[in-house]
Design a protein around this ligand. Structure first.
Ligand code: GDP
Ligand code: MG
Length: 158
């Protein structure tokens, strides 16, 4: 469904978002999901998940040469995460703004990281459509997305 929707069935926009173990442990799941809901994006996949080392390493493979990579993988493995896919026009860029800068001390107030974090940064968001598709397949497998029409759509879109 995802690949077909991206490549064939007209314009669609998806973003893979993940509440990291610190966000789950700190009880921020509801607050973080609310930010995306209130903005008006559409939730198309959601689960609580304890990942394996293989999945964590694959997810961050672009950073595998960084000195902080082993600690990063350990952090992602340290407890359950909440995996989500959000849909909406412009969602990849817009949701990155909602999330805020990588370093939470530099993230603007009003962003998730700016409001909720000082060290560990509580949430991940894919940085491109391609990576969103790759991460969705990695964390959810194929055919995970639910196609549905929100009743509020006419009130949200021009
Ligand atoms: P993001 O897309 O904003 O999450 O940032 P990146 O893709 O650059 O990095 C992925 C994750 O690696 C970040 O969210 C941090 O958890 C971690 N990370 C990135 N840069 C650093 C760093 O300089 N030091 C440490 N300790 N962790 C980092
Ligand atoms: Mg990134």
């Amino acid at each position: 469904f995802l690949a077909a929707a991206l490549r064939g069935g007209g314009a669609r926009w998806y973003k893979y978002v993940m509440i990291k173990p610190d966000g789950v442990q700190r009880g921020l799941v509801g607050d973080i999901i609310s930010r995306f809901e209130r903005k008006g994006f559409k939730l198309v996949a959601l689960k609580l998940f304890q990942c394996t080392k293989e999945v964590a390493e694959e997810h961050y493979k672009d950073l595998s040469s960084k000195p902080f990579f082993p600690a990063l993988v350990e952090y992602i493995l340290s407890g359950p995460v909440v995996c989500m896919v959000w849909e909406g026009e412009g969602v990849v860029k817009s949701a990155r703004k909602l999330i805020g800068a990588t370093n939470p001390l530099e993230a603007e107030p009003g962003t998730i990281r700016g409001d909720f974090a000082v060290g560990r940064n509580v949430v991940h968001g894919s940085d491109s459509t391609e990576n969103g598709e790759r991460e969705t397949a990695l964390w959810f497998g194929k055919d995970a997305l639910v196609a549905w029409e929100p009743a509020l759509k006419p009130w949200l879109l021009e």
